[in-house]
Write a protein that binds this ligand. Structure first.
Ligand SMILES: [Fe+2]
Ligand SMILES: [Fe+2]
Length: 217
């Protein structure tokens, strides 16, 4: 690797006909020159550092929410509404019950991985939100699927144990997790409920991701 003088920036070569550059978020931003990280110099890293923070401020919440909205028209496998509408309905129920803004967003995104990552979808949502939510909601997200099994007593599936949550009886977040599942999750499946549109929750999602990171991820 050729050594470059600290601070000197390798000029970005003109795009060749074969190069298909992604657009930059802002017209006055620039691309790094090299392709491989091994070849990045201090000026390339400085450029990324400078542009990264405003990029995340503008894009993180929008892109996180898009992971949910891309499923708006997906089919259901039997529930009367699809997973997207279930998420909106859970958030609507939480908001109408007077829950705080964080909990409404947590309800909105609690099943964001339900189809793409079914067996670990609670951990999926917990990881997505870890930097911006309380330990109480983080724990709830990670355990909500197990706590839901108490509402599935009629399922007769060896994988389902209605008493599965009992191993955490006495835990500080046991009751909150049981309440969330009972009030906003297991009943958020109605096709005739007056569910709020996703636009109603966008400002809440923006504010949640704008919180200082807790570095728990
Ligand atoms: Fe879930
Ligand atoms: Fe759910």
């Amino acid at each position: 690797m050729a050594q470059r003088r600290a601070g000197a920036r390798k000029p970005v070569p003109p795009a060749s006909p074969a190069e298909d550059l992604s657009p930059l978020l802002r017209a006055d931003w620039d691309y790094v020159g090299p392709v491989a990280l091994d070849d990045f110099g201090p000026a390339d890293w400085a450029l990324l550092r400078r542009q990264r923070e405003p990029y995340y401020a503008a894009e993180q919440a929008r892109q996180a929410l898009r992971l949910l909205t891309c499923s708006a028209d997906d089919a259901s496998f039997g529930y009367r509404i699809n997973n997207y509408r279930h998420c909106l309905q859970a958030a609507t129920l939480a908001q109408r019950a007077g829950e705080d803004e964080e909990t409404v967003v947590v309800a909105l995104l609690h099943d964001i991985g339900f189809v793409a990552c079914p067996d670990s979808h609670g951990a999926f949502a917990a990881a997505l939100l870890a930097n911006h939510i309380s330990e109480k909601n983080h724990w709830m997200l990670r355990h909500h699927a197990i706590f839901q099994q108490v509402h599935m007593a009629a399922v007769h599936d060896p994988q389902i144990d209605p008493d599965a949550r009992e191993r955490w009886r006495g835990h500080p977040h046991f009751q909150w997790t049981a309440d969330f599942v009972e009030r906003y999750d297991q009943r958020a499946m109605a096709a005739d409920y007056d569910t709020l549109p996703v636009e109603a929750f966008e400002p809440l999602v923006q504010r949640l991701f704008a919180r200082p990171a807790r570095n728990l991820a």
